[in-house]
Write a protein that binds this ligand. Structure first.
Ligand code: AOF
Ligand code: ZN
Length: 355
């Protein structure tokens, strides 16, 4: 199952709205087939592993990181294929939260006389697919805020200078995060201050996320690098944005999407709209304003704070621009915190407590 999980994780960022799934077929103490789901619309993990196993699948054990599917989607049901190949036992890490599967795959295998065990490394499999698990039941993308901060929680100096807070290892990790998310989101202020390209670069090639700019009044210039042809760019705006600016940005290649009918972008409506457009995961590369507004609206699932061993001092902008509560007991609590080292920096990962 560990091998199957590793195979699944290898396809991080390339399965679109589909989960990462791995499968290992073992018989008489040896691995006879291994596979992973690599791309939406293409073979599921079980199919690749069973194709490799061939006749060895008969009487074998299949280790699958997600319950084999029972539905006819873009590909036929994996449980039927496992039955047809004569697999004797299936070990499943976790059930498929997809309402069209949700236990039916396991049920079908048992009906066919196959021994099914559920739960081996289940927690790890669920964590691997935390974005899919949310998206498939709510239709909403999993939102991760990533930011580089000084030890005193600042994202720039008092002049707005921010290149660079963290070192090369942390920045490399951020490009991997871009590859792993379907979309990347910033505020107009970040585009105006840093003119970022928001593509996946550095040493390893990867996929570019859809670039999303939140810009209520369409202040970003048509020459902004985020509008280049490297990846699609969607500009989220409010109803009051001028028709002239809308046309100018469309002319520069952006898709302009009005979210809600208030004076500013309705962030809850924006996130729902992204879900409708098959964005299952969003990496927010902030700005304190956007970070704070998303946190206040309860739209953030996960935080990844890259801490550099520096102190920026007073008058420097903070990572989260929302109003501070009166009492520390009311400070936003972050749960399930983990720390990982990147060169001289540390990434603190956690999940905002639901209130
Ligand atoms: C599996 N094995 O490797 C994957 C599964 O559109 P489709 O046909 O690819 O179906 C996608 C759904 O199938 C997805 O939402 C999830 O429920 C399941 N994914 N299942 O047995 C796999 N990737
Ligand atoms: Zn399947």
């Amino acid at each position: 199952m560990r091998l199957a999980l590793n195979a699944a994780a290898g396809a991080a960022g390339q399965t679109g709205i589909n989960p990462m799934v791995g499968c290992v077929v073992a018989k008489d103490g040896r691995v006879v087939g291994i596979g992973a789901h690599l791309k939406r619309g293409e073979g599921h993990a079980e199919v690749h592993a069973l194709n490799m196993a061939g006749d060895n699948a008969r009487g074998a054990t299949a280790y699958v990181t997600l319950e084999p599917c029972s539905h006819h989607g873009r590909t036929p049901p994996c449980c039927e294929r496992l039955i047809r190949e004569g697999v004797a036992r299936v070990v499943v890490a976790t059930t498929d939260p997809n309402p069209v599967v949700a236990g039916r795959g396991i049920e079908r295998l048992r009906e066919a006389g196959i021994a099914v065990d559920v739960g081996l490394l289940g927690e790890e499999s669920r964590k691997l697919n935390e974005a899919f698990n949310k998206y498939i039941v709510t239709g909403l993308p999993f939102v991760t805020i990533k930011t580089a901060v000084t030890l005193d929680g600042k994202i720039a100096t008092r002049t707005g200078h921010s290149k660079w807070i963290t070192g090369p290892d942390a920045r490399e990790a951020v490009h991997t995060l871009r590859h792993r998310n379907n979309a990347i989101m910033v505020g107009a202020d970040t585009v105006l201050a840093d003119d970022p390209e928001l593509t996946t670069r550095l040493s390893v090639p990867g996929l570019n996320p859809v670039r999303i700019v939140v810009d209520s009044t369409l202040r970003i210039p048509v020459t902004a690098r985020v509008l280049n042809a490297e990846a699609p760019t969607w500009v989220l705006t409010a109803a009051r944005a001028s028709a002239e600016r809308v046309e100018a940005l469309r002319g520069a290649g952006a898709e302009v999407i009005v979210c809600g009918d208030g004076p500013r972008v309705d962030l809850a409506a924006a996130v729902a709209e992204l879900g409708k457009r098959e964005i299952a995961s969003v990496l927010v590369e902030g700005g304190g304003g956007l970070n704070g507004a998303l946190m206040e609206a309860g739209l953030v699932d996960k935080l990844m704070l890259f801490y550099a061993p520096k102190i920026a001092g007073a008058d420097a902008p903070s990572a989260f621009g929302f109003a501070s509560p009166e009492s520390m007991g009311d400070a936003l609590r972050i749960e399930n915190v983990e720390i990982e080292r990147f060169g001289d920096d540390w990434c603190v990962t956690g999940y905002p407590a639901r209130r």
